[in-house]
Design a protein around this ligand. Structure first.
Ligand SMILES: [Ca+2]
Length: 235
C-alpha cells in the first residue's frame, strides 16, 4: 500500500516494505526571486556535489538527461546540489525503470541549493530534468510510462497533439501555468490537468503539478489520445 502525503509544497510518497520507496518533492520557489524578468529564458542545469551543503573536491554540472551517472564516474556519490529548473534524481539507473522499489527526489527552483534526504545520500544513479531545457517555466505536459515519474519520459508536449501510446501513460507532470485537456479517442471523456488560478505564484510562475493518472483520473487512464493546451472540458 502506497502512502502519498502532501504537506505545504512538500510531497512524500513512501512504500513501507522491506526497502522503503519514497518520492520527495522540495519546493524551492517561494522566496527570493520576485524581481525576476519573466521574459528571461531560464535554462536548466544541476550542479552535483559529493558532500553535504555543496562541499567536496569536484562539482559535476549536468544540463541533460543522464540515465547512467556511472558513465561520468558519479554513481552513488551525490549528496547535495544546486540547480535551476525541474529535476528528478533516482536511486537506480535508467530512472528506476527496472527497479520497482527505487527511491527518487524531485527538486525545482531558480538558482537554489539543497541536500538530499538521508535515505538517498550517495544512492543516486540517474537523473533528468522535465519540461523544456532552455526555459524551465515554459508550458509543457510530460508523460511517463511508470507511476511516480519513473521509467521512460516518452512524450513532452507544448501544444495540441495526438498521442499514439496513451495506454502507456502512468503519470504526468505539467510545467508552466497552462492547463491541459486530455481526451480519449472518441472524446467522450475529457479531463483537465494543471495548475489553477489559485496556484499562480506571486512572481507569475506556477509550480509543477505532479499527477499519477491511475489514482486521479481513472476515466482517462490508459486511453489518452488527444491533448489540447488549456482546459476545454465541460465541468
Ligand atoms: Ca544507486
Amino acid at each position: 500500500m502506497l502512502r502519498f502525503v502532501i504537506c505545504n509544497s512538500t510531497l512524500i510518497k513512501s512504500n513501507k516494505k522491506v526497502k522503503p520507496k519514497m518520492l520527495f518533492l522540495v519546493s524551492l520557489l517561494i522566496f527570493g526571486h520576485f524581481g525576476l524578468n519573466l521574459a528571461q529564458d531560464r535554462p536548466q542545469f544541476i550542479d552535483c556535489y559529493e558532500g553535504g551543503h555543496q562541499t567536496g573536491d569536484e562539482v559535476y554540472r549536468f544540463n541533460a538527461t543522464i540515465p547512467q551517472l556511472s558513465e561520468y564516474g558519479f554513481d552513488d556519490r551525490l549528496s547535495s546540489y544546486c540547480l535551476t529548473g525541474n529535476w528528478i534524481m533516482y536511486e537506480h539507473e535508467f530512472f528506476n525503470e527496472f527497479n520497482s522499489s527505487g527511491d527518487a527526489v524531485v527538486a525545482f527552483g531558480e538558482n537554489t541549493c539543497g541536500d538530499l534526504p538521508l535515505w538517498l545520500y550517495n544512492e543516486v544513479s540517474s537523473l533528468r530534468f522535465y519540461g523544456l531545457q532552455d526555459d524551465w517555466n515554459a508550458d509543457t505536459i510530460n508523460f511517463f510510462n511508470r507511476e511516480y515519474y519513473e521509467g521512460i519520459e516518452y512524450s513532452v508536449y507544448i501544444g495540441d497533439d495526438y498521442i499514439e501510446d496513451g495506454e502507456l501513460v502512468k503519470s504526468l507532470i505539467t510545467t508552466g501555468c497552462s492547463q491541459w485537456s486530455l481526451y480519449n479517442k472518441d472524446e467522450s471523456v475529457c479531463v483537465c490537468v494543471g495548475p489553477t488560478d489559485q496556484d499562480i505564484n506571486l512572481d507569475g510562475t506556477c509550480d509543477p503539478v505532479f499527477l499519477g493518472i491511475e489514482v486521479f483520473f481513472e476515466d482517462v487512464y490508459g486511453k489518452i489520445y488527444k491533448i489540447r493546451k488549456e482546459c476545454f472540458c465541460e465541468i
